[in-house]
Design a protein around this ligand. Structure first.
Ligand SMILES: [Zn+2]
Length: 557
């Protein structure tokens, strides 16, 4: 006991604080504490060590990414698990012969990160086994699907670097679907149901069959022909499978396989009026496309029984199904219908609104393609539900973009400084474009501005204008200040701007902040990712002529 009490954990604290800050952007005292238990810290010592942990964390949180990396090299040996194991996806079951996976989106919305990860899983496995990844648009609901969504999905797949073969539209296979339906009519496994919707729901709920189930094959076939010819109004007739009305699995209680939708289809106009349901066309298409492996989240679990039955009745090819925990997106709506309404009512600025996690929104905020690949290796095929939130996305993205993001200064709500005792000859300074690179940006020094926030919180204190010099801010309101020294001291450092252009940043809450940025940003290319030094990463979105402002989208800290 005596020994433990005397043990000094300062090096371990430092190691974990640095590691924590590198991974999550900021170190967290409680996370550092947890790690110390592995080094023999007793529960009784928490009170004793907490102050120094907090102190260490505070110190570390002032470091930039580069400082963190360098410091961590010094302390690495004091942390367990310092060699991070690279996470990779497990082998696929039955991975013999030619592997064929598929992407099967319904083109009824813009895709979000959950879709992206699920697509990547299918794609990455096809690549790993030198197989094929095929694309199929499940466009069987003319009320929901559109060309706009098809185009958007194709664009997203291109952005994600997903290569696919055999683009197929389920709506092109309607004749095949009808043939399969007729097979089931002939084998008396289906029937035409003319019950009202409410009655049908009620009987299903009670586990009771309706009278339609008793009609003969001939009557059913005749009604089916009328159904196909469009003789029934929407909702007046449906084709149902003879499942099991008493099944615990509600999906099995005589599910509807076909219904009438009169709305014009974007691809086929009014050619078809009878459209198959998901559970019907899905196994047929997988069979037609020679799919060997289906990787999908376990939210489809209840449908497996029904699809298996249809596969058996229709003698379809079977696949190896690999289920994983679904990806939940936290803190952001992913419901297509909800987003569509918010976009239409202008509450969201579009499908790329920064409050969303659609691929388009994340892309515009500067989330790199590589981040998706890292995430899919981390969360793919997990048996449990995976909660994805923006912090998780940001933590990976930061590691990827930091080594290449050049640094610039941005000052929000600028306040001009009037600096006394300024040494002569400070007309130009060379600032590092990136802490790890030799390249510099040359900045002409004229009037100097800092942000109102920095100004207010540092009045009466000495602070360092980053990479420039130190000043003492007077307590007055007029920006009066005095040069103190050039030496890089351990004092609060702030961004400053001299020659500048008007700059706006769209924040995660979709509100703009305004300020000025150094002239150097004029040379940025649209879409380029940069860091407003020590502050946040941002993606240059373009120059807004009307506003005469350079516009950025906030990525993350
Ligand atoms: Zn009925």
């Amino acid at each position: 006991m005596e020994d433990k009490k005397e043990k000094d954990f300062s090096k371990e604290m430092m190691a974990y604080a640095l590691k924590n800050a590198m991974e999550f952007g900021k170190a967290d005292a409680s996370k550092v504490l947890t790690k110390l238990f592995q080094h023999g810290l007793g529960k009784g010592q928490i009170k004793e060590v907490m102050p120094s942990i907090k102190e260490t964390v505070e110190k570390v949180n002032k470091f930039n990414q580069m400082d963190l990396k360098i410091e961590f090299l010094k302390y690495k040996e004091f942390s367990i698990e310092h060699e991070e194991k690279e996470k990779t996806l497990p082998e696929l079951p039955n991975a013999k012969g030619k592997i064929v996976t598929r992407l099967a989106p319904e083109p009824s919305k813009y895709l979000h990160i959950g879709h992206a990860l699920s697509f990547l899983l299918n794609y990455v496995y096809a690549e790993r086994y030198k197989g094929k990844c095929k694309l199929r648009f499940e466009d069987c609901n003319p009320e929901k699907v559109s060309k706009e969504y098809i185009e958007s999905i194709i664009e997203d797949l291109k952005y994600l670097g997903i290569k696919y073969e055999d683009v197929r539209y389920v709506s092109d296979d309607m004749e095949i679907m009808y043939d399969y339906a007729e097979k089931l009519l002939k084998s008396e496994n289906v029937y035409m149901c003319l019950c009202e919707r409410d009655k049908m729901q009620d009987l299903r709920h009670k586990g009771m069959e309706c009278e339609c189930r008793q009609f003969s094959k001939d009557i059913n076939m005749a009604r089916w022909k009328e159904f196909l010819a469009g003789k029934y109004k929407e909702g007046d007739a449906v084709l149902r499978l003879k499942g099991n009305m008493q099944s615990q699995n509600q999906v099995m209680r005589d599910p509807v396989l076909f219904r009438t939708i009169y709305k014009k289809h974007f691809r086929h106009g009014n050619k078809y009026k009878i459209w198959p349901m998901y559970d019907f066309y899905n196994p047929i298409e997988d069979s037609l496309m020679d799919v060997t492996h289906i990787l999908r989240s376990n939210e489809f679990e209840q449908r497996v029984e029904l699809q298996d039955l249809l596969k058996k009745l229709l003698k379809l090819k079977t696949q190896t199904i690999v289920q994983y925990g679904r990806f939940n997106v936290i803190d952001s709506t992913t419901k297509g219908r909800e987003i569509r309404e918010l976009v239409e009512s202008k509450e969201l600025i579009g499908w790329d609104d920064p409050r969303l996690v659609t691929i388009k929104a994340l892309r515009r905020r500067g989330i790199s393609k590589e981040t998706y690949y890292v995430l899919v290796n981390q969360v793919g095929l997990s048996k449990h539900e995976v909660n994805l939130d923006f912090n998780m996305i940001a933590a990976e993205n930061r590691k990827i973009i930091d080594p290449n993001a050049d640094r610039y200064f941005f000052v929000k709500d600028p306040v001009e400084l009037h600096i006394d005792k300024l040494p002569k000859g400070v007309e130009f300074v060379s600032l590092p474009l990136h802490p790890a690179k030799d390249k510099v940006r040359n900045v002409k020094i004229g009037k100097i501005f800092i942000s109102k926030d920095d100004f207010e919180t540092n009045k009466g204190k000495e602070l360092r204008l980053l990479h420039l010099f130190n000043i003492n801010l007077a307590k007055t309101k007029d920006g009066k200040s005095e040069f103190t020294s050039l030496a890089n001291k351990d004092i609060h450092k702030v961004q400053w701007v001299s020659e500048h252009v008007k700059t706006k940043v769209l924040m995660p809450d979709a509100k703009w902040i305004e300020g000025i940025a150094e002239n150097g940003i004029k040379g940025l290319k649209e879409g380029q990712l940069i860091q407003f030094e020590r502050n946040f990463f941002a993606r240059f979105d373009g120059f807004n002529k009307k506003d005469n402002a350079y516009e950025f989208w906030f990525s993350h800290k």
